[in-house]
Design a protein around this ligand. Structure first.
Ligand SMILES: [Zn+2]
Length: 203
């Protein structure tokens, strides 16, 4: 799969309905409302946040993704991914997931940080990110097959290796992430995220 690691992670989140949209939160915590905080729609479902909300639409307008993907029968992110996988090439599908993820990040920045980005430019930024990742991957030398135990080595065929780390950024931000790689050393799943607040490790 030619997706950047973080976008593999994005695709997995989308496919498993793991997004914390208002509808998803309201199902778990009844006191939370389902309304979209951006446009006022009655229900902010995952698909609303990613494809239908006017904020997301601003991103998609600049994406040049095929119009055929906007179908009334698409009601979940999994539907959207399946439909896209039938229409788009694998490379283009990677760009589609990147734009979906950009819509979700834009929604979060708007709600939690009160930031209003230029949505028109975000789709091209997401696509450029995917293209740059591919170029860097293609230019990378193969993973060294070192016998030194201190060097990272890919796992055996059929086994995946997980590496993770966490740390402090600045005075009050925590960052953590992980990467899962296959026997070729290729990242198949990865995620990096940051949040405010920092708690010192306890002994
Ligand atoms: Zn909305």
């Amino acid at each position: 799969m030619s997706l950047p690691g973080s976008n593999c992670s994005a695709g997995r989140w989308l496919a498993t309905n793991a997004l914390a949209s208002q509808v998803t939160l309201a199902r778990r915590i009844p006191s939370i409302g389902m309304q979209c905080e951006i446009c006022g729609a009655t229900e902010e479902s995952d698909i609303h946040a990613l494809l239908l909300c006017p904020l997301a639409t601003k991103v998609w307008v600049g994406s040049e993704i095929e119009d055929v993907l906007w179908d009334d029968n698409v009601t979940t992110p999994m539907d959207a991914l399946l439909q896209a996988s039938k229409v788009l090439s694998l490379d283009r599908l990677g760009e589609y997931v990147a734009v979906l993820w950009e819509c979700w990040n834009l929604r979060n920045r708007f709600i939690f940080e009160k930031k209003v980005d230029n949505g028109d430019a975000l789709a091209s930024r997401a696509v450029a990110f995917v293209l740059n990742f591919r170029r860097m991957r293609d230019e990378e030398s193969p993973v060294p097959q070192s016998t030194d135990a201190s060097c990272w080595r890919p796992p055996s065929l059929g086994i995946f290796k997980l590496n993770f780390d966490a740390g402090k950024v600045g005075q009050n931000v925590r960052e953590w992430g992980f990467v899962v790689r296959d026997h070729m050393g290729e990242a198949v799943l990865a995620c990096v995220t940051q949040a405010e607040g920092f708690i010192s490790p306890k002994a």
